[in-house]
Design a protein around this ligand. Sequence first.
Ligand SMILES: Cc1cc2nc3c(=O)[nH]c(=O)nc-3n(C[C@H](O)[C@H](O)[C@H](O)COP(=O)(O)OP(=O)(O)OC[C@H]3O[C@@H](n4cnc5c(N)ncnc54)[C@H](O)[C@@H]3O)c2cc1C
Length: 419
Amino acid sequence: MTPCDATLTPDAAAAIRWDVVIIGAGPAGSSAALRVARSGLRVLLIDRGDLPRGKLCGCCLSTAAVSELVRLAIATHGGPLERAVPLRRISVAAGGRVAPIDVSGGATLSREALDTDLVAAAITAGCEWLPHTTAISIDEGPAAADPGVSVVVRTSPDSPACRIEGRRLLLATGLGDHVRLSRGTAPIQARTLAPQSRIGIGAVLPAAAAPLPPGELLMAVTPFGYCGIVRLEDGRIDVAAAVDRHELTVAEPAAIVRRIMSTACGGEPVAALDGLESAVMRATPALTRSAPVVDGRHRTVMRIGDAAGYVEPFTGEGMGWALAAGRLAADALVDPATATLAPADVAADRYARSHAKHFGPRHARCQRVAAGLRLPRLVRLAVRAAQLAPWAARLAVPAVTGSLATRHVMDRSTAGAAS
Ligand SMILES: Cc1cc2nc3c(=O)[nH]c(=O)nc-3n(C[C@H](O)[C@H](O)[C@H](O)COP(=O)(O)OP(=O)(O)OC[C@H]3O[C@@H](n4cnc5c(N)ncnc54)[C@H](O)[C@@H]3O)c2cc1C
């Protein structure tokens, strides 16, 4: 029995009125589940998949993500940070030049390990776990002093639908948010995609695929997309790229990754990526998007993580944002003095305010970086400058990734000083 084996069936879950139902067990959903469960409320975490499972991701934890994980204080066997590999160097390649930049405070960790550890910690804290269960639609109950939400779920396309009731709902379904929210009779899919949005493609390759040392991230940048390559804690090579959408209409994903590598590195085989063509490639929908963070007539639905908005992944902040959103939502939902659910309106206002304050400046900075990456001369100039003055590049990294305040957290946490 693994820590994430299900002990609940949808029918059994339908017999309970949950305080909080959370759909999606990525970092956003599981960190929120962990925090709400620790306050003693009844929490149900639902996912269409099971764990451990991979996910298309660069697998680099920013210093902010590391800091969020330290704040979660997962005690079991040191939690995910014990397994993570400290990130020591980012080599940025563009226009045939490669600039190595020393960094500190970040880490790499596979999504199998991170997501499984987070859900296991949530279960240990008292959260109930329902895998293999897809949420189809959400309905709010009639207006009342204590409004509620019901979620229609299925375990397979032809299994009977089942209705799970909760007092509040967190939508943590990532980029593929296909859950319908019914407003009266009109279902809506509330999200806005940026017109120039790139899409994600990637794969995880065997350890021998590239001679990349642990703790080094190779970031290859071209005008039509970029690709990050890193060795995971178990030795496998993670390849994750963000590319212009039209690229996929003219080439296979593996060919696009190879073209990014050869264009950025100037044809030199910086990373051979053996076996890329036969690997299972994953792809995402459009990456840059936004959606209302609070939804529903009675404001009982909150979106967290990518489901609430995302900007493409160059600065490697998505998991940190997801963990932070889980924290902000849990803080808004639970009244700290009484450890009870805050009224829906109060929680919604609190969450909307804290989300805008926390993510507004971060998303704006990330948008500016994304725009800059589309200017080849600027990128080439930056790489040339980083080659000539590595110390200046080292100082510039936190300004690009927004990690100045927490840059040495990973070093402290791996030294056993997590608090
Ligand atoms: C190419 C690429 C590279 C990236 N690189 C990095 C990086 O290096 N560092 C970083 O920090 N971030 C990176 N990111 C971003 C990061 O992967 C995401 O921001 C992060 O996973 C968001 O977490 P989340 O919990 O919001 O969603 P997710 O991790 O996507 O989790 C969503 C969960 O919801 C479940 N789900 C979806 N719909 C339903 C449904 N209807 N019913 C039940 N369950 C459902 C899914 O199965 C999934 O488990 C990258 C992203 C891409 C695309």
